[in-house]
Design a protein around this ligand. Structure first.
Ligand SMILES: [Zn+2]
Length: 407
């Protein structure tokens, strides 16, 4: 089957890349609602000839486009969920300014979303085409669901509810088609992802004339400056908990004692307990400050709040079971894959404990979320490798058949 399958998929690849080009040429920045919906229509059209019907599910955020649920009902009880997303991180103006568009150079195809994740969507298409051709009984018996988040890049959690609404007792796996992991030069599936919490710490002082009444003032910048090393110290490398003060602002003009200063940042961890401890440590900063006014001992105040939180996808037995199938099949095929735990989040974070979930099943590429290119080669924008589609589709097809006990 292997040679025939590769031959068949190589024949399908030009059509896949042609559709990928049409997808990449549609700007689908998360906040470009019309663009995301246009890409949703093209995606529905692309899968319709395979027998998929489309349902649009409005996002809870009215600024975002619709999530897309594509379903092909099978004759048997089992179902497989194939996960991708519609949005990218690139506003149209940025694509224009950096002349960042579909551009093929040798094996590399540059362009917004080539790697994250429109290439992954076309990987799903190739996998389904191959299954229909070489395992028609399996293709007919399984219910396939292609679930596409309209706003994955904003970590909006409502897509997790959309997925759970589609999962049923027969759902054997959720397969996420984010790009292949390249850590250490490897070819990896993704078995865990960090969770992330964003936070804000505000120091409140008391404003005063900096020249005539400085003793009345409580300098919020001085207050906050003392707190920031304590924030940084929440990081715990032994638990892979990172803490990054990312943005700081305070004061207004030079002749005022500043009454407020703010630092915002994020933290990440694989271990839910480590992330929970980090969040608690930010909130625990809340209380009286250490800076006092000379005039009346008025004291500053510090407040730490968590502004948003996405849970980790920790290492777990069900994901490891799926990864073992992909590793075994890829080794057997002479194209061995490894595993990696990734710092960035995906839709896998939303669903890993609802059904067994595996990620990193898309094609190979690099520089996701980058749009700049420099002549000296120091800056390279997002790209996908055209030659990675067929071998990875072959692995995915064999692994899905093994997962279903059909091989
Ligand atoms: Zn992304």
């Amino acid at each position: 089957m292997l040679e025939n399958l590769s031959h068949f998929l190589n024949g399908e690849l030009p059509a896949a890349l042609e559709t990928l080009e049409r997808m990449v040429r549609i700007n689908s920045f998360t906040e470009n609602r019309a663009g995301v919906d246009e890409l949703g229509r093209l995606t529905a059209e692309t899968f319709a000839p395979l027998g998929f019907t489309a349902e649009c599910v409005p996002s809870v955020n009215p600024r975002f486009g619709d999530h897309l649920v594509l379903t092909r009902r099978g004759s048997g009880p089992r179902s497989v969920a194939l996960i991708s997303h519609l949005d990218t991180v690139f506003p149209a103006a940025e694509e224009e300014a950096n002349d960042f568009r579909w551009r093929r150079e040798g094996d590399r195809i540059y362009g917004p979303g080539t790697n994250d994740i429109k290439g992954g969507t076309m990987m799903i298409w190739l996998v389904l085409r191959g299954l229909r051709q070489f395992a028609p009984d399996v293709f007919e018996s399984v219910t396939w669901r292609v679930l596409l988040n309209s706003s994955e890049e904003t970590l909006s959690p409502d897509f997790g509810d959309v997925c759970r609404g589609c999962f049923d007792a027969g759902t054997v796996a959720a397969l996420v088609f984010e790009a292949e992991g390249t850590t250490g030069g490897g070819r990896n599936v993704v078995v865990a992802r960090k969770g992330r919490a964003t936070w804000r710490v505000t120091a409140t002082g008391r404003g005063a004339h900096a020249g005539s009444k400085p003793g009345v003032g409580v300098n919020a910048i001085v207050e906050l400056a003392g707190v920031i090393p304590r924030i940084a110290a929440i990081a715990d490398p032994s638990r892979e908990l990172t803490v990054n003060p990312g943005v700081i602002r305070g004061g207004s003009v030079l002749n005022r004692v500043p009454h407020e200063a703010v630092v915002e940042g994020e933290m990440r961890a694989f271990d839910p307990a480590a992330l929970a401890d980090g969040r608690a440590a930010i909130v625990a900063l809340t209380g009286e400050g250490g800076v006092r006014a000379l005039s009346d001992n008025h004291v500053g105040r510090v407040e730490g709040v968590i502004t948003a939180s996405s849970r980790p996808w920790p290492r777990n037995a069900e994901t490891d079971r799926l990864a073992a199938i992909w590793l075994a099949e890829s080794a057997r095929l002479g194209m061995p894959l490894g595993t990696e735990q990734r710092g960035g989040l995906s839709d896998g974070n939303l669903i890993w404990d609802s059904v067994p979930t595996l990620d990193g099943l898309g094609p190979r590429g690099d520089h996701a979320h980058c749009s700049e290119r420099s002549a000296d080669g120091q800056k390279v924008p997002e790209y996908v490798e055209a030659s990675s589609f067929v071998p990875k589709a072959v692995i995915n097809i064999h692994a899905i058949l093994a997962l279903l006990g059909e091989r």
